[in-house]
Design a protein around this ligand. Structure first.
Ligand code: MN
Ligand code: ZN
Length: 469
């Protein structure tokens, strides 16, 4: 990630002279706090420009003006907050994102953090800061030509506020979250020749600097443990498979941990059941679940969260090869159950089967949530609007649904039942890894559930949401 944005928090006692951002409601009146800074000609200018551009101060809408002649800045950017009556619906992180999208390249910017009709709390301003940072993310590590000096230098954006100390404090916890999100995004964006299982494990290993205990299991360890379903997926690749265990012990000693499990297929060709060529490059993101878990562990550690948490990720590359797994193969998973391979492209569930079993047996977690770009079928069902949620626990489902609503990353609960479970029975083994097209995300989830005991568990199928740009 390039640091495109340097976010500062200061009192409103000066402005830098580049972009000046103010928030306006549907009445288009600037906040009182801004009056001394926008310049005497600004009111007339705003009225004329808003009429010409049909800008009505709708929430998250924006309008950019040249500054009036007497003003000490270059451009005035208006960002709408909508009608006052709908203030409680305003998403302040999204507002920060809308501001970020309007800022000029290589220019300093001052944001007057006040509403036209009242104050913003430190928490609300910090949310704006979070949105600014998340929206400014770009993955341009491999661009050598288009990067001009303007973009190479971080842009300084200053939130102008009443109480800088309070806002800085509120921003701190959110910066830990932003750091975790950015780590996850970087991992998803890295090309598959750079980010293969060993390299991913090494990057996860860097979390030890924050106090996360990291354990990297190599193929010898995995054989000894008995993760043969996972190893079968990686056996066609020249890259060695890995499982990484990350532990954050911020809670009381002896308290059972909460557990997060991620699918980390660093590239998925489909194996012998090879995928069509079109769009296959996106399969570098088939490790988004593992990236989420790694980003989450970083965020928890950076916030010094008072929780015991364990993150376990299964890292493999799925390639066709003379040594690759075949359709028809039967493997024995760590649980002792046998699996007939029908389609080598249904590999994620094989990886997760072993890692889920391992996690619940070793850590006896309070609950276990796995994240995986598991099925294309979840896109057929839910598009990119919701992640699919499958769970054996109503309570855990409700909590995840609420968390999704609070963050704008929504989930939709899908069914599990014995009728669906029956669809993965195999003629030659305990189960098969693919039951065909009908209910493809559900039968994948049923497969995972056969590797979960009575631990409260939820599976998030993020194949649609993980790759949204
Ligand atoms: Mn696959
Ligand atoms: Zn996959």
């Amino acid at each position: 990630m390039s640091q495109r944005l340097k976010l500062e928090v200061k009192a409103l006692n000066a402005i830098a002279g580049g972009d000046l951002v103010i928030l306006v409601s549907d009445r288009l009146a600037p906040p009182k706090l801004a009056e001394d800074w926008i310049g005497s000609g600004a009111h007339a200018l705003i009225a004329r420009a808003a009429a010409a551009e049909r800008f009505k101060g709708k929430a998250l809408a924006g309008l950019t003006l040249l500054a009036p002649e007497d003003a000490g800045y270059e451009r005035l950017i208006l960002v709408g907050t909508g009608p006052e009556s709908e203030r409680d619906k305003l998403d302040f992180a999204a507002l920060g994102g809308a501001i970020a999208s309007r800022l000029g390249h290589g220019r300093s910017a001052d944001i007057i953090a006040a509403l036209p009709e009242g104050e913003l709390s430190a928490g609300e301003i910090a949310e704006i800061g979070l949105g600014l940072r998340l929206r400014s993310y770009a993955f341009d590590r491999y661009k050598t030509k288009s990067r001009d000096k303007d973009q190479a230098e971080p842009k300084i954006v200053t939130l102008r506020v009443d109480d800088p100390a309070a806002v800085r404090k509120a921003l701190k916890a959110r910066e830990a979250i932003a750091g975790g999100v950015e780590l996850a995004r970087d991992l998803v964006n890295e090309p598959p020749n750079v980010l293969f299982p060993e390299e991913f494990a090494e990057r996860a290993g860097k979390l030890d600097k924050l106090g996360v205990e990291v354990e990297i299991l190599d193929e010898k360890d995995l054989k000894k443990i008995g993760m043969r379903a996972l190893l079968g997926v990686g056996q066609g690749s020249h890259r060695q498979s890995r499982v990484v265990v990350m532990r954050w012990n911020g809670g009381a000693k002896g308290d059972k941990p909460v557990a997060f499990v991620g699918k980390g297929v660093t590239f998925d060709t489909g194996g012998i059941s090879i995928k069509p060529a079109a769009g296959m490059e996106d399969m570098k993101g088939d490790m988004a679940g593992a990236a989420c878990v790694t980003g989450l562990m970083q965020a928890l550690a950076a916030r010094k969260a008072k929780v015991n948490a364990v993150g376990v990720i299964g890292l493999v590359e799925n390639m066709p090869d003379g040594n690759a797994q075949r359709p028809g193969d039967i493997v024995t998973s760590l649980s002792g159950q046998t699996i007939e391979i029908i389609n080598t492209d249904a590999e994620g569930r094989l990886v997760l089967a072993d890692v889920l079993w391992y996690t619940q047996e070793r850590f006896k977690p309070v609950f276990m949530v796995n994240l995986a770009t598991l099925t294309g079928a979840i896109l057929v069902a839910l598009a990119q609007e919701n992640a699919g949620l499958f769970s054996n626990s109503d309570e855990l489902s409700e909590r995840l649904t609420a968390a999704g609503k609070a963050t704008g990353e929504t989930v939709w609960r899908m069914p599990l039942s014995s009728a669906y479970d029956k669809m993965i029975d195999s003629k030659f083994a305990d189960m098969k890894n693919s039951a065909g097209r009908y209910g493809g995300s559900i039968t994948a989830a049923q497969f995972l559930q056969r590797h979960v005991n009575d631990t409260p568990w939820a599976h998030l199928d993020i194949a649609g949401t993980g790759m949204g740009s």
